[in-house]
Design a binder for this molecule. Structure first.
Ligand SMILES: O=C(O)C(=O)C[C@]1(C(=O)O)C=C[C@@H](O)C=C1
Length: 112
């Protein structure tokens, strides 16, 4: 749970930029850790997916599914009222994640 700062803590922080920097960097480290875990988790799912695709005689690349992911990403970004720059960056990140998944799936096929 996020810690809610009291008014007293907030005014203390305002006068202490070193503390703001230190705390913000600690929080960024925590977020980065979570992101790395989530990226690893998403990429690892490629293992099961490629096994299923081989059994179903499907290609790794699925344009229809990638379009759904693209539309879903835009919908979520709009709901969260993100600005266009942030929205476009998130779309790029999602493209990187699907590419990563495809690369991993190809590696698994080549090992089989
Ligand atoms: O859902 C799939 O079929 C996947 O292989 C996963 C994934 C993705 O990363 O989301 C990757 C490649 C496909 O083109 C579509 C989606």
């Amino acid at each position: 749970m996020e810690h809610q700062l009291s008014t007293n803590e907030k005014s203390l922080k305002m006068n202490n930029p070193e503390k703001i920097l230190e705390d913000s960097r600690k929080e960024i480290d925590r977020v980065d850790n979570e992101l790395i875990d989530l990226i690893h988790k998403r990429t690892s799912l490629g293992n099961d997916i490629v096994t299923a695709k081989i059994a179903l005689n499907m290609d790794i690349y699925d344009e229809k599914r990638e379009n759904i992911i693209h539309e879903k990403t835009i919908k979520i970004a709009n709901e969260k009222i993100l600005n266009d720059d942030t929205k476009n960056s998130i779309i790029q990140i999602m493209n990187i994640l699907t590419s990563l998944s495809k690369t991993e799936q190809k590696k698994i096929i080549n090992k089989k």
